[in-house]
Write a protein that binds this ligand. Sequence first.
Ligand SMILES: Nc1ncnc2c1ncn2[C@@H]1O[C@H](COP(=O)(O)OP(=O)(O)OP(=O)(O)O)[C@@H](O)[C@H]1O
Ligand SMILES: CC(=O)N[C@H]1[C@@H]2OC[C@@H](O2)[C@@H](O)[C@@H]1O[C@H](C)C(=O)O
Length: 371
Amino acid sequence: MSLFIGLMSGTSLDGIDAALVECDHHHRPLLLEATGIDMPEPLRRQLWHLCHAGEAAFETLAETEEAFCRLQTQAVAALLEKSGHAVSDIAAIGSHGQTIEHRPAGPFPYTWQLDNPSRLAELTGCRVVADFRRRDLAAGGQGAPLAPAFHNAIFRDPHQWRVLLNLGGFANVTLLPPEGSDIPVIGFDTGPANALLDGWYARHHDGRFDRDGAWAAQGQCQAPLLARLLSDPFFDSPPPKSTGREHFHLQWLETHLEEESAADIQATLLTLTVESIARELERHLPAEAQTAACVIPCGGGAHNVALMDALSARLSPIKTGSCQALDWSPDWLEAGAFAWLAWRRLEKLAGNLPSVTGAAGPRILGGVYER
Ligand SMILES: Nc1ncnc2c1ncn2[C@@H]1O[C@H](COP(=O)(O)OP(=O)(O)OP(=O)(O)O)[C@@H](O)[C@H]1O
Ligand SMILES: CC(=O)N[C@H]1[C@@H]2OC[C@@H](O2)[C@@H](O)[C@@H]1O[C@H](C)C(=O)O
């Protein structure tokens, strides 16, 4: 039995999640404790700038990386304090870093996570495993999503198809056949989720996000706008696929707008998230699972009441289930995934699922930075 800490800060730039996970060869990974630390506004602005500017001075990168690493160190300290564990109890920290740019297609595929694992090892006194995505990318994969391998390790049901639906800045799905089935697991990004909802909300309000989807609920989805948004080729392209802010940003939205009201645009963005997910499930779930699968939402968007209501209505008769009922909080799955990936790295076990990312084969992911 070994203890691992996973650190994840996603595309929403809302903070760093830290999860303490017990991993071994005999049991499913177990979440022991978790905590989140908010992104201070100046760091959030710096990271936002890096994600959108496309160029930055080395000094700016170094300064931002240092501030980010210090925040990671605070998250580790808070988690250790909350759990009553000492750093010497921890086998390794799995650090995702902060995605600044992700371009898996094109002549020079790359994915860039701001991270300084050497510095994190110095500041925490703990072994760090980092740089999880690039080996998959080097093997011809998308480098994302990686969480499906973790979902596969904990959420397979003996009889039923399950779909893990992560509603972060972007949405991704993992389609898990019943245990024992030889159908390969697939998983991919379906398109934007909170990234556009948050961006459009913040443009019209004070505040970072549309709590419970209350503003979206005041508007009406505009079918012509929805059709224009859905005409983006990403939605109909086959997996493997992954995306990010490089493709779906507010300027992308603006190129499709006509005379719609701001609240109607928010309502349409919410429907875009739901519709893009539903269409992919219609395409990729086998016929018998179209009515009998169970969809398990996780990530911040699972707290958005209007989004969840619209999703249940659109997916019916497919039921939505609860991650909590399966002993994992929906808020800590991604951080948990990077704890588990660190364990896989130390055990020299593959971390990717080639059927998901499209890599040439299973690969051991990440580099190790000793304490
Ligand atoms: N009560 C709520 N109502 C509406 N939206 C919410 C609520 N709680 C959280 N959210 C949304 O969840 C987001 C944070 O989600 P999460 O932490 O899963 O993102 P992330 O880790 O950046 O995602 P990813 O890496 O998967 O893109 C917030 O920015 C917000 O949009
Ligand atoms: C490149 C990158 O950081 N991608 C994230 C992002 O956020 C959601 C979605 O897009 C997913 O592809 C991925 O994160 C999760 C943790 C993953 O790799 O499974």
